[in-house]
Design a protein around this ligand. Structure first.
Ligand SMILES: Nc1ncnc2c1ncn2[C@@H]1O[C@H](COP(=O)(O)OP(=O)(O)OP(=O)(O)O)[C@@H](O)[C@H]1O
Length: 250
């Protein structure tokens, strides 16, 4: 087990946002956190990333696991080039760091863009640069907070494919916050559904579909409908236990 969350709770003043959230993530799994706006997805991710320590409960990540974080917006330093952004904060030999960064820039498709400044990049290129910057630290666990939600549909698809390529290449454990059900179903081994006020983990859905997946498949469409119903709190015609295997119906 790479990461374990036990009885995670978080309150902001009077407001309890998360309560008793329990889950674990195995090495090399892709897990999405899905839920309606404001349910606390980012709050979970920030706690996992160590960006917030005022939570209740316990988060265990083995000390040898390096964690990388990718935000919704690229957060590049405007006065630095793509290459300098990718190496920013790295210790050690500058030339070596740059060589390493170049390899990751090539992987994300920005080989030709290393001398450009953030203002010269499209939204997709900027997010690719942010991904390269995270990869340079060679993370075992990659945490992503709605990383593609500001992008157009086509660019979003391209970056989803890039994320799968990174996962295939490095076996990275990936935890992704999204409110895009298609994205969660297309990418994930498991979809964790946060629900309620305060939020708890309502469902742990195992997406037992092989990859590459077909975005337009009837199986994914059916499960999207079901997840929408779950999020809307509609009466279900079928019985979901907390752990449900998606794909048996496919
Ligand atoms: N620093 C903070 N101070 C006070 N309230 C906060 C803080 N951070 C988050 N919250 C509250 O916690 C709740 C959950 O926020 P969070 O950003 O985790 O939700 P989310 O599910 O990621 O939402 P979205 O999908 O809209 O990004 C919200 O009601 C938010 O207002």
């Amino acid at each position: 087990m790479t990461l374990q969350v036990k009885a995670l709770g978080r309150r902001f003043g009077e407001k309890q946002v998360l309560q008793q959230v329990d889950f674990s993530v195995g090495k090399g799994e892709i897990v999405s956190l899905l839920g309606t706006s404001g349910c606390g997805k980012s709050t979970v991710l920030r706690a996992l990333a160590g960006l917030d320590s005022d939570y209740e409960g316990k988060i265990s990540i083995p000390s040898d696991q390096r964690v990388g974080f990718i935000f919704q917006e690229p957060r590049l330093l405007p006065w630095k080039t793509v290459l300098a952004n990718a190496t920013f904060g790295l210790k050690g030999d500058r030339k070596e760091n740059e060589e390493k960064a170049r390899r990751y820039l090539e992987l994300v498709g920005l080989k030709e863009a290393e001398k450009l400044y953030p203002r010269e990049l499209s939204g997709g290129m900027a997010q690719r640069a942010a991904i390269a910057r995270a990869l340079v630290t060679e993370p075992d666990i990659l945490l992503l907070d709605e990383p593609f939600s500001a992008l157009d549909a086509f660019t979003k698809m391209q970056l989803q494919e890039l994320l799968l390529k990174i996962w295939e290449t490095f076996g990275t454990t990936i935890i992704l916050v999204t409110h895009d059900i298609d994205e969660a179903l297309y990418l994930s081994d498991r979809v964790l559904l946060l629900q309620g006020r305060p939020s708890t983990l309502a469902k742990d859905l195992k997406i037992a579909l092989t990859r590459p997946r077909s975005r337009g498949s009837a199986a994914l469409g059916k499960w999207k409908e079901d997840i929408l119903d779950l999020l809307e709190g509609k009466e279900q015609t079928y019985d979901y236990s907390l752990v449900t295997e998606i794909g048996q119906k496919a």
